[in-house]
Design a protein around this ligand. Structure first.
Ligand SMILES: Cc1cc2nc3c(=O)[nH]c(=O)nc-3n(C[C@H](O)[C@H](O)[C@H](O)COP(=O)(O)OP(=O)(O)OC[C@H]3O[C@@H](n4cnc5c(N)ncnc54)[C@H](O)[C@@H]3O)c2cc1C
Length: 409
């Protein structure tokens, strides 16, 4: 690097909620730090942070004592405080987890214990109490979780971007990182910006690239051999209920999740604009950023096919995978999942709604990573897996990343 070239203190890659909260946290801790955030899309929150269920999770499911459990509780409170401060709408809807068969009733009992150990106030409901609370929902038993809410995460992301700019940082959109080169003294990023190639240097780089996390980690030599991981895109397809159904539910309605899978099952979610969405399912995607049904990216399919862990996932979860593909193609199949707890819905109630795509890290041996996964070199910190509820937990996750990266101490 020449003497006249500028070196940033920190470059953050990725304008999703995790990257934005991280850049803001650095500037909050150490005002005056030279922070540049680069995002390849024209605006922030164009991927997972802008295509999700909008739920402020309470932290029912996560192993007591785990980072995920702590981050979720703290994150939910911090998200509400931030929304209040920035006048972003949020609502404390509460949620019901509904068991519809005896095996689920047993698992619901375990979830009740887990939620209490995680410090949540939850109320078990009998079938009659459930019907009294939610007349359109049926089940053998349910668990009411008061601390669940909803908000507008794209609005949260836009507010975070404004905070970064107001604190002297720079948010540069339409700028993709295409190469990372690290030396003893700095990190050089090659950037593609409106057809031009530029470079930027930084003392430290923090990468929060969601669906592209494995490719960025590979650029830092952090995704090789036995340590290799792959981002597998799981499409989350939604429907929206018609206006006539908007008084169908009071709280959010969730099934009891499959403990083997990192997804929560097709739920009924009230949205901040007054609507109700149905979904998301979890279908293997053939394009990481292709939101239309049937989207295929040859590059993404080829990297799935080459990755040994993917074949292991296929062997272990082929039954669930096939059922998800079938229900994705037949709206009747999808509807059957919801009718287990809301029998009065019909196919005509399922109106089209855009899908979201989850970035799910899978290890070489086929393990689906349920928790956060962060890898580091001397000067780079890569967030390799930031699954749900990372939108809820963004503020404490950002603190954790800034601690690990040692950028504002
Ligand atoms: C269907 C669905 C439902 C969900 N529901 C909830 C929920 O209700 N509540 C909750 O708490 N969580 C939910 N989640 C999870 C949550 O949305 C994500 O965990 C969170 O948004 C992850 O944020 P992120 O910043 O890591 O990723 P992203 O939001 O995906 O951001 C990554 C960013 O990096 C950018 N990027 C990638 N490569 C490059 C590059 N080379 N150069 C520059 N920029 C790059 C991308 O363009 C993108 O903007 C859901 C997720 C999905 C998909």
């Amino acid at each position: 690097m020449g003497l006249d070239e500028h070196m940033h203190d920190v470059v953050v890659v990725g304008g999703g909620i995790v990257g934005l909260a991280t850049a803001r946290e650095i500037l909050h801790r150490r005002p005056g730090t030279d922070v540049l955030l680069v995002e390849k899309e024209v605006e922030v929150a164009q991927h997972q942070s802008g295509h999700n269920s909008g739920v402020i999770h309470a932290g029912v499911y996560y192993a007591p004592g785990s980072l995920k459990a702590r981050f979720c509780r703290e994150g939910a409170a911090r998200t509400r405080d931030y929304c209040t401060e920035k006048r972003i709408p949020f609502s404390d809807t509460g949620k019901l987890v509904v068991a519809t068969n005896p095996a689920e009733v047993q698992w619901l009992d375990e979830l009740t214990e887990r939620a209490r150990t995680n410090g949540l106030t939850v109320t078990p409901l009998t079938a009659d109490a459930l019907r009294e609370r939610e007349p359109h929902i049926t089940g053998l038993a349910a668990l009411h979780v008061a601390a669940t809410g909803i908000t507008d995460y794209p609005a949260v992301c836009r507010a975070l971007a404004s905070d970064i700019s107001a604190a002297g940082g720079v948010v540069r959109t339409s700028t993709a990182v295409t190469a990372i080169a690290e030396s003893a003294a700095s990190v050089t990023l090659t950037l593609a910006e409106n057809g031009w190639e530029t470079v930027e240097s930084a003392r430290k780089v923090i990468v929060c690239a969601g669906l592209q996390a494995d490719r960025l980690a590979a650029m830092s030599g952090l995704n090789q051999g036995a340590n290799a991981f792959q981002i597998v895109p799981f499409r989350g397809e939604y429907y929206r209920l018609p206006d006539t159904r908007h008084d169908l539910i009071d709280a959010l309605i969730y099934p009891v999740p499959d403990p083997e899978m990192p997804f929560l099952g097709v739920h009924l979610t009230r949205t901040i604009d007054g609507g109700i969405t149905v979904g998301p399912n979890a279908v293997l995607g053939f394009s990481r950023e292709g939101y239309r049904k049937g989207s295929i990216s040859l590059r993404d399919v080829a990297s799935l096919a080459r990755f040994p862990g993917m074949w292991q996932v296929a062997r272990t979860h082929w039954r669930t995978g096939l059922a998800e593909q079938r229900d994705s193609l037949r709206s009747q199949g999808y509807l059957d999942l919801v009718r287990r707890y809301c029998p009065e819905l019909t196919v005509d109630d399922l109106l089209p709604e855009p899908a979201g795509i989850r970035a799910q890290a899978v290890l070489r041996d086929g393990t689906l990573v349920h928790d956060f996964l962060i890898r580091r070199t001397d000067r780079t910190t890569h967030v390799c897996n930031a699954p749900s509820p990372a939108a809820t937990s963004a503020f404490p996750i950002a603190e954790h990343i800034v601690d690990l990266a040692e950028v504002a101490t």
